[in-house]
Design a protein around this ligand. Structure first.
Ligand SMILES: *[C@@H]1O[C@H](CO)[C@@H](O)[C@H](O)[C@H]1NC(C)=O
Ligand SMILES: *[C@@H]1O[C@H](CO)[C@@H](O)[C@H](O)[C@H]1NC(C)=O
Ligand SMILES: *[C@@H]1O[C@H](CO)[C@@H](O)[C@H](O)[C@H]1NC(C)=O
Ligand SMILES: *[C@@H]1O[C@H](CO)[C@@H](O)[C@H](O)[C@H]1NC(C)=O
Ligand SMILES: *[C@@H]1O[C@H](CO)[C@@H](O)[C@H](O)[C@H]1NC(C)=O
Ligand SMILES: *[C@@H]1O[C@H](CO)[C@@H](O)[C@H](O)[C@H]1NC(C)=O
Length: 258
């Protein structure tokens, strides 16, 4: 019995092989890990009142000399709060469950929560907001179109127009409101846009495949599939069908006269 305990201890000691001393110590932290054949995998956890700066998870190769920079545990249970282009109600080290408030500088608008709390797990929740400029990025312009208006500050308005021969489709006037345009810009579409020959043949094919199918379900499936293959949109389809209807009516009228 005694031998069993001693043998077991010897086995433990040899298996242990001083590997714990291989993990670089970090002040105010505990290391939680597991040892595999010749590696230790684990994470550093800072004690209450401290937060980690640097990499948390590590793989230590026991056969190699250790030389990378170790993480550190800094004062403050959560990382010190920083808000770009804004202010926080506390900037120094914080304790667990401390709550802070956010405010943006003039010319910036707060996007997100205006408060956050330091949790037991050393993270902030809800996540920090961002302070976004109230100015807008220059808006885009559609193909065959342009806009008038040179300032993009909050409240500014730009007006769109199309080149001759193109119709404006969408909102003509956009307003910058707290860094965002109130709508997407319009498009310019060619007046009297007729389906191109390729589209017509795609449509013909689609109709043909509809007629070839045995039942309505597979017929519709084939029809839609052919349309997609041919790159025909629903708008173009409607247009083509309207044209066919008009032609049909014209034919009937002509026959009536002849
Ligand atoms: C401890 O590990 C080192 C390097 O991995 C190895 O050279 C040595 O033989 C081991 N010692 C024992 C007692 O297993
Ligand atoms: C860790 O703490 C000890 C004792 O307080 C101190 O001497 C040492 O400089 C500290 N190490 C680091 C990396 O801060
Ligand atoms: C550690 O040392 C090895 C071998 O000397 C080297 O290749 C590696 O870049 C070093 N790593 C760091 C972080 O210095
Ligand atoms: C954090 O707690 C420590 C004592 O645990 C206290 O001295 C300190 O004032 C607290 N800090 C804040 C910001 O409440
Ligand atoms: C924070 O936001 C809430 C609503 O989201 C608002 O009622 C409250 O007044 C704000 N607090 C501050 C200090 O801005
Ligand atoms: C955007 O603002 C302009 C100018 O105030 C207005 O004419 C337009 O209707 C607005 N668009 C939307 C989608 O609210």
């Amino acid at each position: 019995m005694l031998c069993w305990i001693v043998c077991c201890l010897i086995w433990l000691i040899s298996a242990f092989n001083g590997s714990c001393s291989e993990v670089p110590p970090v002040n105010n932290s505990v290391f939680v890990g597991k040892e595999t054949e010749n590696q230790i995998l684990g994470i550093y956890l800072c004690i209450k009142g401290y937060h980690l700066v640097g990499k948390q998870s590590w793989v230590f190769d026991l056969s190699k000399e250790w030389n990378a920079s170790v993480p550190e545990c800094h004062m403050g249970h959560c990382p010190d709060p920083v808000l770009e282009n804004g202010k926080t109600s506390s900037s120094g080290p914080v304790n667990a469950s401390d709550k802070i408030m956010f405010e943006c500088n003039d010319g910036y608008v707060l996007k997100g929560s205006n408060w956050s709390q330091c949790l037991e797990d050393h993270t902030w929740a809800p996540p920090f907001p961002v302070c976004k400029s109230r100015d807008c990025e220059p808006p885009g312009a559609p193909v065959h179109g342009y806009f008038e208006g040179g300032t993009f500050t909050s409240g500014s308005v730009v007006t769109y127009d199309c080149e001759d021969g193109y119709d404006l489709v969408g909102t003509q006037t956009l307003q910058c409101i707290d860094g965002e345009w109130n709508s997407s810009y319009p498009t310019c579409e060619s007046i009297q846009e007729a389906p191109k020959p390729a589209e017509q043949t795609a449509l013909e094919k689609a109709i043909l495949s509809f007629q070839e199918s045995k039942d309505l379900c597979s017929a519709t499936e084939n029809f839609v599939g052919r349309l997609k293959e041919g790159g025909v949109t629903m708008e173009e389809l409607k247009y083509s069908l309207e044209m066919k209807k008009i032609k049909l009516k014209a034919d009937i009228l002509l026959k009536g006269h002849s």
